[in-house]
Design a protein around this ligand. Structure first.
Ligand code: DQA
Length: 144
């Protein structure tokens, strides 16, 4: 089984980016933990970070037929991107939306996600641990 993890804009700055909100773990730390946890379940895991909406759309399109589940933190695009939403809606695999912070506890503009109603489920508010919860959910959905 193969799992794709997509990290959206500004998540390359994790660790130094508003650590009180997003924690002190770097994206490399998170990715390494995910790869290791997937391997323990005999699953493959690829990660991609992009600051560009179109590149994220391309990656989601290319996931069709190539991956068994998608874990995505669309970051700022969560609240704005019809294009990422439409790309996800085309997928026929489990999609887990994840956010480090609890978006419902923050500014009102973060309360609306364009993604949630085309995703299988959403995890938010558990910091970097949320990624491991998302992986667990993905593995369960695909019975890996
Ligand atoms: C985020 C929440 C978004 O509102 C924000 O724009 C981000 C990160 C999170 O992981 O908590 O960049 O997706």
């Amino acid at each position: 089984k193969q799992i794709l993890v997509i990290h959206g804009p500004n998540l390359n700055m994790l660790g130094s980016r508003e650590p009180q909100t997003y924690g002190t773990q770097s994206l490399a730390d998170i990715d390494a933990a995910l790869v290791q946890a997937a391997r323990a379940h005999n699953a493959g895991l690829q990660t991609l970070q992009s600051n560009h909406e179109g590149q994220i759309v391309d990656a989601i399109q290319q996931a069709r037929g190539a991956f068994d589940a998608l874990i995505i933190n669309p970051a700022g695009y969560t609240h704005t991107s019809v294009a990422i939403r439409d790309a996800i809606a085309m997928l026929e695999i489990p999609v887990i939306e994840i956010h480090l912070s609890n978006i419902y506890k923050r500014e009102p503009f973060r309360h609306r996600s364009m993604i949630t109603d085309v995703a299988t489920g959403q995890i938010c508010g558990f910091g970097h641990h949320g990624y491991l919860l998302a992986l667990q959910a993905a593995l369960q959905m695909i019975k890996a």
